[in-house]
Design a protein around this ligand. Sequence first.
Ligand code: CDT
Length: 303
Amino acid sequence: NRVVRTAAAQMGPIARDEPRASAVARMIKLLEQAARDKVDLVVFPELTLTSFFPRWFMPDQSEVDAYFETEMPNAATAPLFARAHALGIAFSFGYAEICRHDGRLHHFNTSILVDGAGQIIDRYRKVHLPGHTNHELWRPFQHLEKRYFDPSPFGFQSVDLLGGKIGQAICNDRRWPETYRELALSGAEMALIGYNTPRHYPPAPEHDHLQDFHNHLSLQSGAYANGMWVIGVAKAGLEEGCDLIGGSAIVAPTGEIIAQARTLGDEIIVADCDLARCAEIRTNIFDFAQHRRPDAYKRIAGR
Ligand code: CDT
């Protein structure tokens, strides 16, 4: 067997004026807790270093850019990299990234994966950016990801880590079956997916009571239909007046939730994820080589 002892490190709310150093100190506390449980890999949420700033319309781009990182690691996150390296623990976390690509600056909603030696081995940029572009005054809060971020031109990939193949996705990506299938086709045996999900969805408030259900439905169906482990990790709780769901979960390739957060605050949940268990599904009902019919799916890759 190939067991990766994995922690989903759920974070409680991060205040608008909370310094990066404070968020990083909270992350290190969760990391230390995970180390006592002899964890190999710790997974933190989307945009872990700051409040979920797309909820605010900011006309001044310099105010927006203050939520972004221009290098990684940087002064604020160096203590996290150093502590994880000393403990030999791999980790992933999300942050807002400004980087140069194709001769111009891009703003990405990014998640990185760092190995136990402190090296960044994967950078994933969010593909499915939800929300809207313009300031919409009728909303109780904004969701301006389409304004503040560029959609990724890079797609999905997986990398070798801890004896297996690990891929990443971010929040809204988890609702799209294509995300998991792309990751699975890249070889991923485990998907790391952080999220910030408001309980209230202003365009369709009649679905608010389904937020927890839709979260787990997406994570569980993605795991099952692709025979992979899925680690869903929330930033949860009442953040600057916006209620974010929790429900961080470790989902087995069978689609079963085998660990789930109980609180809406900083909390780790741990499970032994045997990557060999992917075969339970991938050599059976979802044996891609035997049963998949890409010829019949042409519209999926079309526009
Ligand atoms: N962060 C993120 O992608 N959140 C969305 C909220 C709903 S769309 C406004 C999500 O899919 O959970």
